[in-house]
Design a protein. Structure first.
Length: 383
């Protein structure tokens, strides 16, 4: 900080010097105020930044007492069952075992040594790191693995934001409702994949959605994506990046197929930009609102924007799914060979053929039509 008392000053009268000293004192006060203000602002900013992070789940306190006489235990801890309380407590006396001889996790890992390596993985569960008894009763329990509550209830009792999503979403993910629930995707102790996932996200999704016979909540068969991706080499960007969560929320959603944003589910739809929120998250929205362009899309005849022509209609606009398969296709730009049309699922052939400067569609929604997206020559100016 600048020390104004050390600055060289010209000779001055006593009154002027007094004024300058007064000014110097005032300046120091101002500078001190600014410094303190800056410190307070930095502290406030740091606190604000800290509060803007993801919410930290709040752990609840469990009742760890042994089950009451007459209550049937599904699981019982061997030392407790054997009546040897001194494995963990100061005394063998069942009625008065005394305090623990070491912190909880040190006690647990002293016997369950295989978990030492597990807990050292890159992504660890905060509840497990804090204390094993956040999830397990060290004496006995009505549930397997000495769990204090059923798996789904136990996880959601801390992860409140996920609980809201799981319980209030219109579309449920079967993986969360089936046996195992959260453990179908997450390791409750630690994992080498972020978010405690038991596999890389894409591999985790394909593990279920890469087989025949999987159905949605309404009983409709779902795509075998292992087969789809193997037979269709042109993968959509998020799929090529193995990022299913770019479009889907694995815990629940208000949109069909667990989509994170709106996407038109019909073949025809009046144009409404809200319907294309998912597409516009990556793609340029003006592609569907600009009648003429030479840059926004290659799907144009000269400057006439054919995306606009097909989609932007007050009635019966063709939605993205009418021409594009959003996961993978045999042709570039995810152009489909055929699209399910009507409630019976009849496949409407698109018969798209590319050319060096455009392409054509034959015998689909209309008679064969072609387009040429090469630059349109501007008319010569009149002299």
């Amino acid at each position: 900080m600048l020390n104004i008392d050390n600055l060289e000053k010209p000779a001055q009268s006593s009154s002027v010097r007094a004024d300058r000293l007064a000014w110097g004192g005032l300046t120091r006060l101002i500078l001190m105020g600014l410094s303190l203000g800056a410190c307070c602002w930095l502290a406030s900013a740091a606190e604000t930044k800290k509060s803007e992070g993801p919410p930290v789940p709040k752990l609840k306190k469990n009742n760890l007492a042994p089950l009451a006489s007459g209550e049937k235990a599904v699981a019982s801890h061997a030392p407790f069952e054997g009546g040897d309380c001194s494995i963990c407590h100061q005394s063998k006396e069942v009625q008065n075992p005394g305090p623990l001889t070491a912190p909880v996790n040190e006690q647990c890992l002293g016997c369950h040594e295989e978990f030492t390596g597990i807990m050292a993985r890159k992504s660890s569960h905060g509840a497990a790191q804090a204390s094993c008894v956040n999830c397990h009763n060290p004496h006995n329990a009505k549930l397997p693995k000495l769990l204090v509550e059923e798996v789904g209830t136990l996880c959601l009792s801390c992860h409140e934001s996920i609980k809201t999503l799981v319980t209030q979403s219109k579309v449920k993910h079967g993986a969360i409702d089936t046996e195992g629930k959260s453990l179908n995707c997450h390791n409750p102790h630690a994992a080498n994949v972020e978010h405690l996932l038991v596999r890389l996200p894409f591999d985790l999704c394909i593990n279920c959605h890469g087989q025949d016979g999987v159905k949605d909540g309404e009983g409709k068969p779902l795509t075998n994506f292992k087969t789809l991706l193997a037979e269709n080499p042109e993968h959509h960007g998020p799929v090529a990046s193995k990022d299913c969560s770019a479009c889907h929320n694995p815990h629940g959603s208000d949109h069909f197929r667990l989509l994170s944003l709106d996407y038109p589910s019909q073949f025809y739809s009046p144009y409404d930009p809200k319907l294309y929120a998912l597409c516009f998250d990556c793609h340029e929205a003006t592609m569907l609102t600009t009648p003429e362009t030479a840059t926004l899309t290659q799907f144009r005849d000269g400057k006439r924007n054919l995306h606009y022509l097909h989609v932007n209609k007050a009635d019966r606009g063709r939605t993205c799914r009418a021409c594009h398969e959003v996961h993978a296709s045999k042709q570039p730009h995810q152009i489909r060979d055929a699209v399910p049309y009507g409630s019976k699922g009849w496949l409407l052939k698109i018969n798209y053929s590319p050319t060096p400067t455009g392409g054509s569609c034959a015998k689909t929604c209309h008679a064969t039509r072609s387009y040429n997206n090469s630059a349109v020559a501007e008319p010569a100016s009149k002299k």
